[in-house]
Write a protein of this length. Structure first.
Lengths: 320, 371
């Protein structure tokens, strides 16, 4: 479905510059109309016609899965917005500084009415270059927002030295090496780097390469949040892989924030691509392997207290 | 075509409409491609009895003001239609109507401009209440002239004398419904529902059930309160004698439309590829009983509306089709054939049951007048 309304989720710790980025997006001469869902009307006004206040009500689904939470208010608001279809081209959801992005993202997979009409485009996190390192120490929410992000706007770079900037980016990388990081001042960034990323579309997951620092390749290790990636130089057996990935996300779901993978099955001309949020997995065969292309398989997990050894051994045991 | 036989279905026949109902299997519901504009030929249908109404925007609610149909629209307008003439009012200028209700005298609408507006059959419209910065997406009218609306967690009830009371519930109020008699309001929200006498100091009664409750309805005999839930199920509480719980599940999607039969014995619901109709004639409600499934089609039912004085149900679908189904024998009549992109979003009978107004997501609408 191409006519689903794209939804961009904007997160970031208090004071990082979310509203600055939002206003920058809205005032660019793109000729598009946005519906903006905000959770608190801050001091900075929002320069847009259609602004909706939300209550950030996180609901558990009655399906026995403790991490299957959704944003009830978002379901209600999207239902209302669909009655005004044609009045806007895309939706931007700004969360509060203390919000966990997972319930927002899960709403797009758990609620049929929402997933029929809207698609999650990307989670964009704005981070304060000066204060992020401190927040990563004392605020689990800030860490969640970095771990969850598809795009990270490392903002207020004018307030730190180049060394400090490399340091904080290395910290980000230690948690989430797969997000696209942009260094900005006043959130000055081309809008195309933020919107219409299609980060949750399976057909856009064509490669999983960490976005390493260009210079000063520090090695950092975050105490409790990390990414684990495992590659097999060949194909995996679907009879082994499917039960393994399904069981891993069921058992470790609360700790796995995001996962992605591209794997090769024997006698399957297409790649099997998957991505997930906590326990929710979305996967399909996508895009043929090119003639002569090496069939390789790779999985990536970002989460809290992940057992890297068990994940590595589990995946390697799926080799065909 | 799957047809299930349900014991007991024949017993509930009371009155009937003198219409040419025939068994469903003979009905030509979706004309083949290319001949959609042709007459439906020998297939019995009421399609010729529809007067189309160009509503022009997503129809969110319909009310009847005596002989006038009022269509509440997603672009903020209210379209009044009577005897082939239409008149548009800007009830919510530059906004959208999210919800509407009617008591036969007035059409009350809630909008994303935070206003509750009231429109009369004479074309007058005015603001009834205002909640700055909020959306009004639930409201209810009582037969006695009271109304209630919700803005976030706060629920406001105003009686027929204009006295307004406010109650704050634990999470956003999603659905409101007045008890059939007396000034009492049911409010659905996360983890249950609250029953409130706005003009009584007593603490509101809380009906617990874990999960997110959407719409709420009260049975005409006031014995049952039923909610629809996020998890594609209904939950019911038997208020008399014992607050027993009822769980009605098996829906492939959410139920967003309820309708009680005029005798209160049946509750028709949307959300499946048939109208799901639960028996409530016994004291136990539908406990242990299977629902009836009428109008099985390869499209989800979006709206249901029981005829106001016979056991005939109007069933509307997400693909735009509308059927009239007689409960006695499940026979069907075509009101509207499927129209691509024109899912039915609102439907209402007039008080006498002579006319059925409907409106769709693409702004098409119409009024069926029974022959």
């Amino acid at each position: 479905m191409t006519d689903k309304i794209p939804v961009t989720v904007l997160t970031g710790y208090l004071g990082a510059g979310k509203t600055t980025l939002l206003n920058r997006i809205l005032t660019e001469p793109h000729g598009k109309k946005y519906a903006v869902i905000v959770n608190e009307f801050g001091e900075i006004g929002i320069d847009n016609e259609l602004v909706v206040g939300a209550d950030e009500e996180v609901f558990e689904m009655n399906n026995g899965c403790i991490c299957c939470t959704v944003r009830g208010d978002l379901i209600r608001i999207l239902d209302g917005l669909m009655k005004r279809k044609g009045k806007f081209d895309a939706i931007i959801v700004e969360t509060t500084g203390l919000a966990d992005p997972a319930p927002v993202a899960q709403t797009f997979f758990m609620d049929q009415d929402v997933s029929d009409t809207a698609r999650l485009d990307a989670v964009v996190t704005v981070a304060d270059a000066k204060w992020l390192s401190d927040r990563l120490k004392d605020a689990p929410e800030a860490k969640n927002q970095i771990a969850f992000a598809d795009v990270i706007i490392l903002n207020k770079i004018d307030l730190v030295t180049p060394e400090q900037l490399d340091e904080v980016e290395a910290r980000i990388r230690a948690i989430n090496p797969y997000a696209k990081v942009h260094r900005t001042q006043n959130c000055a960034i081309p809008i195309a780097e933020v919107l219409d990323r299609k980060a949750f579309d399976l057909d856009r997951i064509i490669e999983l390469e960490p976005d390493f620092l260009e210079e000063g390749h520090h090695h950092h290790h975050d105490e409790d949040m990390q990414s684990v990636s495992v590659a097999i130089d060949g194909e995996v057996d679907p009879e082994k892989f499917m039960p393994w990935i399904s069981n891993l996300t069921q058992v470790e779901g609360p700790n796995i924030l995001r996962c992605k993978g591209i794997v090769a099955f024997p006698n399957e001309p297409k790649r099997f691509v998957f991505q997930g949020v906590h326990m929710i997995l979305d996967g399909d065969v996508q895009g043929e392997w090119k003639p002569g292309e090496k069939h390789t398989s790779k999985v990536v997990f970002i989460g809290r207290d992940l057992n890297e050894k068990a994940i590595r051994e589990g995946f390697l045991a799926c080799a065909a | 075509m799957i047809r299930k036989a349900y014991p007991g279905a024949q017993e509930v026949l009371l009155h009937d409409l003198a219409l040419p109902f025939i068994p469903a299997t003979m009905l030509w519901r979706t004309p083949p491609e290319g001949i959609a504009s042709m007459s439906t030929g020998t297939a019995p249908s009421l399609t010729q009895s529809i007067a189309p109404v160009a509503a022009g925007a997503h129809v969110t609610a319909i009310g009847w003001l005596k002989g006038t149909a009022a269509f509440g629209l997603g672009d903020g307008g209210v379209l009044l239609a009577k005897d082939g003439e239409t008149h548009r009012l800007e009830a919510h200028p530059d906004a959208g109507i999210l919800v509407g209700a009617s008591d036969g005298e007035r059409f009350v609408t809630g909008g994303d401009d935070g206003r509750v507006a009231v429109t009369g059959p004479d074309g007058s419209t005015r603001t009834l209440a205002e909640a700055k910065g909020a959306w009004i997406d639930s409201l209810a009218l009582s037969a006695g002239g009271a109304f209630a609306y919700a803005s976030g967690k706060r629920v406001f009830a105003r009686d027929d004398k204009g006295r307004e009371k406010m109650l704050e519930v634990p999470s956003t109020a999603r659905g409101l419904a007045f008890a059939p008699k007396g000034y009492r309001l049911a409010i659905s929200h996360y983890n249950g529902a609250t029953l409130w006498f706005p003009n009584v100091e007593a603490k509101p009664e809380v009906l617990d059930w874990k999960g997110s409750h959407l719409d709420v309805t009260w049975s005409p005999d006031a014995r049952f309160v039923v909610t629809s839930m996020q998890e594609n199920a209904l939950h019911g509480w038997r208020l008399i004698p014992d607050k027993g719980h009822m769980r009605m599940s098996g829906y492939p999607s959410k139920t967003r439309s309820f309708s009680w039969s005029h005798d209160g014995k049946w509750l028709a619901t949307s959300g499946a590829e048939a109208a799901i109709i639960w028996p409530f004639e016994s004291k136990e409600g539908p406990m242990g009983k299977a629902p009836r499934e009428c109008g099985v089609r390869p499209a989800k039912v979006s709206r249901v509306a029981f005829h106001p004085n016979t056991l005939v149900l109007a069933v509307a679908y997400e693909d735009g089709c509308i059927l009239l189904i007689r409960l006695a024998d499940a026979s069907e009549l075509l009101v509207r054939a499927a129209v691509a992109g024109s899912g039915v979003t609102a439907m209402a009978w007039d008080k006498g049951g002579k006319r059925l107004a409907f409106g769709c997501e693409d702004g098409q609408a119409g009024i069926l007048t029974l022959p």
